[in-house]
Design a protein. Structure first.
Length: 216
């Protein structure tokens, strides 16, 4: 239980800061007048409407140690094969990368909605005072966007602690990285529906609830 708890918190630390930061930067870019803006918004949101099982299967082939696209790309630079999903040091990081990729579009839409509520007059006043783009971002955008960012971060924290499908589909019980990658929800599933240890499984869910309640 303690290893699974650490794995879950580690997954949260990997996905939440980087995912929200990436969504924020993309939202700021897509809030400007660029060609094909609506197309980019649709492309970034598209992973949210794809079934998690389909996403996991596609990334399983990307991360394949022998014929995966990622390792073939690394071989161009003389690097050796990396066991992305079976190495205890990289398995959870690989799952976190998938989590960021599949959720950044949803966070982007929420942040973009928050950006569009900021009056343009604030930016115009700053420009007249000689503020550059970085000063406008840190002194206007971030403070006025803070309620939206708070909501996005809380939602992302809860989602990351409840991570199940990606780890369950990519990290099997026979995987050498199983103990270093199993999250609390995957452990709950194994205890409840494979070992039929319903009491212990209920304890895992309550423990997850306590963690979510404490952090949020």
């Amino acid at each position: 239980i303690w290893q699974s708890t650490w794995n879950t918190l580690y997954y949260m630390l990997l996905t939440v800061p980087l995912g929200v930061l990436l969504a924020l930067l993309l939202a700021v870019l897509l809030n400007t007048k660029i060609r094909g803006r609506d197309l980019y918004r649709g492309i970034y949101f598209m992973p949210m409407i794809v079934a998690p099982a389909a996403i996991a299967m596609v990334w399983k082939w990307i991360f394949n140690a022998d014929v995966g696209v990622l390792n073939q790309f690394l071989r161009l630079f003389g690097a050796g094969n990396v066991n992305w999903l079976s190495d205890p040091d990289t398995a959870l990081i690989s799952c976190a990368a998938i989590g960021i990729w599949s959720s950044v579009g949803y966070d982007l839409v929420l942040i973009l909605a928050g950006l569009q509520t900021i009056p343009a007059t604030y930016y115009e006043a700053c420009e007249l005072d000689g503020a550059n783009a970085f000063q406008r971002f840190f002194h206007i955008t971030i403070p006025l966007l803070s309620p939206t960012l708070f909501f996005v971060i809380v939602m992302r924290v809860m989602t990351s602690i409840k991570q199940f499908d990606t780890v369950y589909l990519l990290i099997t019980a026979r995987n050498p990285a199983y103990k270093k990658a199993i999250t609390l929800m995957v452990m709950f599933y194994h205890e409840a529906f494979e070992k039929f240890n319903k009491g212990y499984a209920s304890g895992i869910v309550l423990w997850s609830f306590v963690i979510i309640m404490f952090i949020t």
